[in-house]
Structures are given as structure tokens and as C-alpha cells.
Design a protein around this ligand. Structure first.
Ligand code: HEM
Length: 396
């Protein structure tokens, strides 16, 4: 069996080794990684473990520079994913309210206008970079408007996505006690909102007014969740949009199919979420000794939910490695997780992707690759590689 390290940074430049994952699914579906974690590779196992939150607790400690995990992190710095019931449900309700369908409806026209503006700016350049000029800009803008914030916030969100700020907490070694710059920004904003007779920002009003078991949330806890909304919503959607534009620029047949039938755009987005899942894996820590799929997993063991592999599982998905616009059940995938922690931002991410692709198809005749340039692999996951292209405006 070839070695597979789910955290291998080379996946960003070289692509995910789906052939190795297919062998793991066939030969050792609950795979012991070289670092001693368990990697779940099959769809049904990943779905079952994601749903069993009492046994498998989300732990983003290691990816935020805290290898000991969530128990070594002060509770007010726990991200929504890491909070246990019943508190999780109470806080999740607040976050979900900020992305209600009414809120999405209100943001939609502004987002459409912004995508149009970004296309105008790219058309003015001889060669545009679809990553920086489009895929990166849209989620930051959308998130700023969902949070009722301005362009300066959108710029900060983009910067934090690129410079690693989003992967830090106050408890991360080397970070000053006041926290990463995102914490400083949101703390100052909360102080400003609190000083008003009534907060002018609806999301802040909701968070400041909320009471859980009769107690308000502390500022530190509110700031943690605002930071996490950016981490969970900007990074990931940037990745999805980068995959979509990367595919569009390289595959003229897909472009032609979408231009001929815009109703296929929703399938295009779902197939990208499945085939090129932006979140390839998420990490859990096992809370008790258990036997899962016939394998004994001890308390404290790290367990990786192999979402990227699950979404290629030949047991449920025909030709999982292929990219097809005609899947009968396009939403049969785990790209947004499963169970009580399933992504509350899925509707927002889908709306951003739909509008971003529609705008390109509506405004452009075609996109062309630039000779001699290297394009990132699909999925390129958390990479920030450029996607250079020449844009040709649609006539008339
Ligand atoms: C393509 C874009 C996105 C993808 C692929 C994605 C994926 C995911 C996944 C896989 C989870 C579950 C994580 C786990 O159980 O370990 C999750 C949770 C979450 N996502 Fe997303 N997400 C996306 C966009 C967004 C957006 C736009 C937001 C907006 C704020 C968001 C906010 C969250 C939050 C707050 C959670 C934690 C929910 C909880 O623990 O109850 N995500 N996301």
C-alpha cells in the first residue's frame, strides 16, 4: 500500500492522488496514516462518523498550530465546529440566522453587480488572473455584505485568507494575546457597536442581544465566531470558485455546454463540489474507545474524515473521477459535511458560485488559456495559484 498523508502540502501543487485513494478505499478503507491517525476513505463511513459527533469531535487545533487540540484551547476560542451540544445548537442558530434566505435575497443583486464590475476590470487587462481578480474577490465581498460591513472589511478578509491570519487563534503560539488581526478588527467593531444606543449592524445586534441559558455571549466568544465565519466561508468558497474558473478556462466543451444551456450551471457547481471538493478532509478527535467498521479506535486518536475520497467512492458514485454535467443526483456528495455540523453557509456558497459562473457566461464569448503558463491542479484545495486567462467579450 502506497503511503498517504492527508496533510501532505504537495497536494496544492501536484494535485490529490486519487489513484492512491481508490486503492485505500479498496484495500484498507480505514487507513492508518504514516503519522498514526485514522483516515476514513469510504462515503458511508465518512457520513456515519460525521454524524456521530459524540464519538468523533471536530478539532481544528492542529491546523491552527495547536497540535494538542481543542482541550488545550480556552473554551471561548472554540470554533462553532468544536463546540459540544447543547451550546453548539444555540450558537449555530445565531450564525444560521445571519444567512437566512431573506438575507441571501438581499445580498444577491449587490453580488451580481460586483461580479459584473469585476468582469469589467478583467476585460480592461490584456491578461487577467481569474484567481486574484475574481475567485478571491467574490467570497470576501459576499461575506462582508452578509455581515453588513464595507469594502475595507472585504479587503481585510482577502488579506487574511492569503496571509494565514485565518488559521490563527489567540492561543496559537507566537500570536499576541489580543489575537490575530481579525480578532483585533472584530473586537474594535464590537466596542463601536456597543457604544451606539442601538447597534447599527443587524448581525452584531443579534450576537450582542443573544442569551444562552440566561447568559450573554462574551465578546471573546463573539469575536471567535466572527473570525470562524470568515475562515469557514471565505477560504472554502474561494477554493470552489478557483476550481470552477480553472475548469472553465481549460475546458472549452464545458463552456460551450453551459453557454448553450444555462440550466446546467447548477449541475456544474455541484459536480465541482463533488469531484474537486474544496474541503478534502476535516479532522476529528475520538472522545472514547470505540470500534468503527471493525477497527478499534482509541480515545484521543485523530480521525480524518476523507471527504474528498468519499466523494469519489465507486460504491456510490459511477466514474467518480470523471467530471459530468448529467449526474442523476448531482447533490449526492459530502462536500458540505453531514449531520448536526453540516455547513450552514452552503446556500451562500452555492449562490456565489451560480452568480459568478452566470456572469462569466453572460458577459463573455470565451476564455482562453495563456500559452506557456502552468495551471493549478484540480482540486488545488487551499492553494492561491494564479489562473491567467484572456477574456473575450460577447458581442451585442
Ligand atoms: C464551497 C464553500 C464551502 C464548503 C466546501 C464548506 C464546507 C464545510 C464543511 C465540510 C463543514 C463541516 C465541517 C466539519 O464537520 O468538520 C462546514 C461547516 C461550516 N461552514 Fe462551511 N463550507 C463552505 C462555505 C461556507 C460559507 C460561505 C460559510 C459562511 C459563513 C460557512 C460556514 C460554516 C460554518 C460556520 C461551519 C460550522 C458549522 C457547525 O459546526 O455547526 N461555510 N463547511
Amino acid at each position: 500500500m502506497a503511503e498517504f498523508d492527508p496533510h501532505d502540502p504537495r497536494f496544492v501543487s501536484d494535485g490529490v492522488p486519487f489513484d492512491v485513494l481508490a486503492r485505500i478505499r479498496a484495500e484498507e478503507p480505514i487507513y492508518r496514516t504514516p503519522k498514526g491517525a485514522w483516515y476514513l476513505s469510504r462515503y458511508e463511513d465518512v457520513a456515519a462518523a460525521l454524524t456521530d459527533v459524540d464519538t468523533f469531535r471536530a478539532d481544528l487545533g492542529p491546523i491552527t498550530g495547536i497540535p494538542a487540540g481543542v482541550d488545550a484551547i480556552p473554551p471561548e476560542q472554540h470554533y462553532l465546529s468544536e463546540i459540544e451540544e447543547p451550546r453548539h445548537k444555540a450558537i449555530r442558530r445565531l450564525i444560521t440566522a445571519s444567512m437566512s434566505s431573506a438575507r441571501l435575497k438581499a445580498v444577491e443583486p449587490v453580488l451580481r453587480e460586483e461580479c459584473g464590475r469585476l468582469v469589467d476590470a478583467m476585460l480592461a487587462k490584456p491578461i487577467a488572473n481569474l484567481h486574484d481578480d475574481y475567485a478571491m474577490a467574490i467570497p470576501a465581498f459576499a461575506m462582508s455584505r452578509i455581515m453588513d460591513l464595507d469594502d475595507a472589511a472585504a479587503e481585510a478578509f482577502m488579506r487574511w485568507s492569503e496571509d494565514g491570519t485565518l488559521m490563527q487563534r489567540p492561543a496559537t503560539p507566537g500570536v499576541p494575546p489580543e489575537g490575530p488581526s481579525s480578532h483585533v478588527f472584530f473586537s474594535a467593531y464590537l466596542v463601536h457597536q456597543r457604544a451606539l444606543e442601538r447597534p447599527s449592524n443587524d448581525l452584531m445586534a443579534l450576537l450582542l442581544d443573544a442569551k444562552i441559558e440566561g447568559e450573554p455571549l462574551s465578546d471573546a466568544e463573539i469575536v471567535t465566531q466572527l473570525h470562524f465565519m470568515i475562515q469557514a466561508g471565505v477560504h472554502t468558497t474561494r477554493s470552489l470558485l478557483a476550481h470552477l474558473v480553472n475548469r472553465l478556462v481549460q475546458d472549452a466543451d464545458i463552456w460551450a455546454a453551459l453557454a448553450a444551456d444555462r440550466s446546467l450551471i447548477a449541475n456544474f457547481v455541484e459536480e465541482s463540489l463533488r469531484r474537486d471538493s474544496p474541503v478534502q478532509r476535516t479532522t476529528r478527535q475520538c472522545t472514547r474507545d470505540t470500534v468503527f467498521g471493525g477497527v478499534a479506535i482509541g480515545k484521543g486518536a485523530w480521525v480524518e474524515m476523507g471527504i474528498g475520497s468519499a466523494n469519489h467512492d465507486e460504491r456510490l458514485i459511477e466514474e467518480g473521477g470523471a467530471f459530468r454535467l448529467d449526474r442523476r443526483e448531482p447533490r449526492k456528495h459530502l462536500a458540505f459535511g453531514a449531520g448536526s455540523h453540516v455547513c450552514p453557509g452552503a446556500g451562500l456558497a452555492r449562490m456565489e458560485a451560480q452568480i459568478a459562473v452566470e456572469t462569466l457566461i453572460d458577459r463573455l464569448d470565451r476564455l482562453e488559456t495563456i500559452e506557456g503558463e502552468t495551471y493549478p491542479p484540480l482540486p488545488g484545495s487551499l492553494g492561491h495559484q494564479p489562473i491567467p486567462a484572456r477574456l473575450f467579450e460577447r458581442e451585442g
